[in-house]
Design a binder for this molecule. Structure first.
Ligand code: PEP
Ligand code: MN
Length: 350
C-alpha cells in the first residue's frame, strides 16, 4: 500500500501519517519526491485498512501497489533516485555519470596507491578495491581484509576519492560500513537475504550487483530487502550473467538497463569488467553501457595486470582508463548525460 500525500502536506502531517501506520503494526517508509511525498507501507501482517488513512490530514490518496517490490518501484517514487555523498559533489544517478575504478583486489599499499593516483588524476570520483574477496577457489587470494580497508581510508584522505568495497558476511559488513563510503554486495551474495537485511539496517549506500543468474524481478526483490529495512540508497549494478556463450566470462546483459529504468527509480551502473572478463572488451562495452542509458560504469584498473592477484585478464591499463573517459565524455551528451566536471581536462593534461 502507498499513501500519496498532497503536494503541500506539512512535515507534521507526514509524521502523523507515519505514526498512524506504525500504530497499526506496519512500517512506514516516507519517500520524498520533487512534487510530493509518498509513504510506502510494508509489513507482513496482512492488508492495511485504507479507510482511516484516506481521512488523515494531508493525504491525497491511498493506492494498492500490486508489484512484489514496492519501495524499489516507480509506483512509489516517480523521480530517479540520486545517491549523494555529503561534503563532496560526487553522486550516483542524476545527470552526471558515475565512474568507479580501481583494482579487483587491494594487494599492497604501494599497488593501491599507484592505481588510485592514476584514476584520481584522470578524474574518477570513486575508487574500488576488494578487501574481502569471494573467490571460487579457497586456495586463491582471499584479500587483505581489514588492512585493505585501512589502505583505502588513507586513499580517500589523500586523493579525495569515495571508497567502494565489498562485504561478504555480517562481520565484514560492519567493518566495510564503518570504513568505506559505499558497501558493495557481490553477485554471489545477491540472494543472501540475511546479509541484505543487515545492510538495510545500516545508513550507507549499497551497491548491489546482479546475481549470476538472477532475473530482473529477483534483482529488484533483492534491492527491496535492503530498502524494507529503511536503507533507501541502493545502487544496482549489471555485471553479466551465465549463458551458454563462452567467448566471454559472462554475458553482459545491457538490455536490463532500460528494463530496470522502466520499473524502478534506483540508479543502475554497468560493470563491463566482470561482464566480459576480457580487457579488450571492456572499452567497447563501457561505451555501449553509457549509450544504453546506464548511470555510470564500474571498471577494474590495474597498472600491472599480468601480475594481479585477481582478475588481471579483465583489468584495463590506466592509459586505457583515460581513453575510456574521453570516449564516454563524447557519448554522454547524446543520451543527455555528462561526465563529472574535470574528468576530460585532467585526463587530457596527463
Ligand atoms: C568484484 O567486483 O570484484 C566482484 C567480485 O564482483 P561480482 O560480485 O560481480 O563477481
Ligand atoms: Mn574482480
Amino acid at each position: 500500500m502507498l499513501v500519496v500525500m498532497k503536494a503541500h502536506a506539512t512535515p507534521e502531517e507526514i509524521q502523523a501519517v507515519c505514526d498512524h501506520i506504525q500504530q497499526l503494526g506496519f512500517r512506514a517508509h516516507p519517500l520524498p519526491g520533487a512534487q510530493r511525498t509518498a509513504i510506502g507501507i510494508t509489513g507482513n501482517r496482512g492488508e492495511v485498512d485504507r479507510g482511516n488513512l484516506e481521512s488523515l490530514s494531508g493525504v491525497a490518496e491511498v493506492i494498492r501497489v500490486s508489484k512484489a517490490y514496492k519501495l524499489a518501484s516507480r509506483d512509489v517514487k516517480e523521480e530517479d533516485t540520486v545517491v549523494r555523498f555529503p561534503g563532496t559533489d560526487a553522486a550516483i544517478g542524476g545527470r552526471g555519470l558515475a565512474v568507479i575504478a580501481g583494482p579487483c583486489s587491494i594487494e599492497s599499499r604501494e599497488q593501491a596507491f599507484a592505481i588510485a593516483a592514476q584514476v584520481a588524476a584522470a578524474g574518477a570520483q570513486f575508487f574500488r578495491g576488494g578487501a574481502y574477496k569471494p573467490r571460487t577457489s579457497p586456495y586463491a587470494f582471499q584479500g587483505l581484509g581489514f588492512e585493505a580497508l585501512q589502505i583505502m581510508a588513507d586513499i580517500r584522505d589523500k586523493f579525495g576519492l569515495r571508497i567502494v568495497t565489498e562485504a561478504i558476511d555480517s562481520q565484514s559488513l560492519e567493518l566495510v560500513a564503518a570504513w568505506a563510503d559505499v558497501i558493495q554486495i557481490g553477485a554471489r551474495n545477491m540472494q543472501n537475504f540475511s546479509l541484505l537485511k543487515h545492510a538495510g539496517r545500516l545508513r550507507k549506500p549499497v551497491l548491489l550487483k546482479r546475481g549470476l543468474s538472477a532475473t530482473l524481478e529477483e534483482f529488484l526483490m533483492a534491492a527491496e530487502y535492503i530498502m524494507s529495512e529503511g536503507n533507501y540508497e541502493v545502487i544496482l549494478c549489471e555485471r553479466g550473467v551465465r549463458t551458454f556463450a563462452d567467448h566471454t566470462r559472462n554475458t553482459l546483459d545491457l538490455s536490463i538497463v532500460p528494463a530496470v529504468q522502466r520499473l524502478s527509480h534506483l540508479p543502475i551502473l554497468v560493470d563491463p569488467s566482470h561482464g566480459t572478463g576480457k580487457r579488450d572488451s571492456v572499452l567497447p562495452m563501457a561505451r555501449a553501457a553509457i549509450a544504453s542509458g546506464a548511470d555510470g560504469v564500474l571498471v577494474e584498473v590495474h597498472d600491472h595486470p599480468e601480475i594481479a592477484l585477481s582478475d588481471g585478464p579483465q583489468s584495463i591499463y590506466p592509459a586505457q582508463f583515460v581513453q575510456m573517459l574521453n570516449e564516454l565524455e563524447q557519448i554522454a551528451p547524446v543520451v543527455g548525460r555528462s561526465l563529472p566536471h574535470g574528468i576530460h581536462v585532467q585526463a587530457a593534461a596527463n
